[in-house]
Ligand binder design. Structure first.
Ligand code: ADP
Ligand code: MG
Length: 301
């Protein structure tokens, strides 16, 4: 069973219709496809083609108008909000274009965050978050807050946060959209490298064909419909510089371990008891604000 090809995501005749007054917008128009475990899948299309809507439907952030979305054998379109929140905590990670880090928290606290919801104990949480930050080459930036980091560094924190709980599936909507080309390539190599290491499934949205080259499979989207599905040679799809990039990251990590500043370690206590009702998915900003306030008050204690 383990070694068989496993369909991790099944999309069946999915439609999403928005009503704008008397007009209907078919943002996703009868789309069907499957994604296999460990696959790096890219939804590629121009702006307005329906990529984000499709990704949001897959993550259960938006409700489908019709069809079925089955993830790990579960019909997520049938789940209520609580079950969905639990399902996301357990199986899904998210990387956002605008990073969505919590401004009042350090890099370490941001990465610890998903583990709080998983009720991982403080000591273990810190260790896992540190390990992950080292992995993304930020061992020496653990106590920096988002505004004290570059865009590329912030997205590395975003990646560390998305991957720290070892989710089976990571959704990424234009994860390099705010980054320059060189940084974008580094970030892509990082995402791909970690995902391949742990056999995680990636679903990434982009409008940029160069970034789609990192994928094992490219689903071309136009006007809410699948235009074509392109299966790529995984070996060729790997960036030529990937091995060098990973080697460099590892080297950087090693230095980071040596330089890691322990004395500045965050004093914030994020306790699971106070936060279990919130969803780690930062879609609803009011939820984020609530958690930020809670954390701030903990800090000032
Ligand atoms: P992409 O991510 O490919 O740029 P989107 O999925 O954001 O595209 O949007 C697809 C289409 O659906 C667009 O025409 C957009 O205007 C429309 N759309 C997206 N969200 C909404 C919404 N909440 N209400 C109405 N129309 C929407
Ligand atoms: Mg979009």
């Amino acid at each position: 069973m383990e070694n068989q090809i496993e369909k991790v995501i099944e999309i069946k005749n999915v439609k999403k219709v928005y009503r704008m007054g008397s007009e209907k917008i078919y943002a996703v128009d009868d789309v069907s496809f499957e994604i296999l475990k460990g696959e790096f899948c890219c939804l590629l299309g121009t702006s307005g083609s329906g990529k984000s809507t499709l990704l949001n439907l897959m993550a259960g952030i938006e409700k489908i108008s019709s069809g079925q979305i089955i993830i790990k054998g579960k019909k997520i379109h049938k789940m209520n909000e609580n079950s969905l929140a639990r399902f996301r905590q357990r199986y899904l990670g998210f990387v956002f274009q605008s990073y969505n880090l919590m401004s009042s928290m350090t890099a370490l606290e941001n990465v610890e965050f998903p583990l709080v919801f998983k009720r991982v104990r403080a000591r273990k949480r810190k260790q896992l978050a540190k390990d992950m930050l080292i992995k993304v080459g930020l061992g020496s930036r653990m106590s920096h807050k988002p505004k004290e980091m570059s865009g590329g560094q912030q997205q590395r924190v975003g990646i560390a946060r998305a991957f720290v709980a070892k989710p089976e599936i990571v959704f990424a909507d234009e994860p390099t959209g705010n980054l320059d080309t060189k940084t974008a390539m580094e970030v892509m190599n990082l995402i791909k490298g970690i995902a391949k290491e742990y056999n995680q499934t990636i679903v990434m949205v982009t409008h940029d064909p160069r970034l789609a080259n990192f994928a094992d499979r490219i689903i071309h989207i136009l006007d809410g419909k699948i235009q074509s599905i392109e299966t790529r040679d995984t070996k060729k799809a790997m960036d030529v510089n990937e091995e060098t990039a990973i080697a460099e990251t590892n080297l950087e990590s090693a230095n980071d371990v040596a330089n890691a500043d322990e004395s500045n370690e965050s004093k914030a206590k994020i306790e699971p008891e106070t936060l279990t009702t919130a969803d780690p998915l930062n879609v609803d900003n009011s939820e984020v604000k609530l958690v930020e306030n809670a954390t701030d008050s903990l800090k000032s204690d």
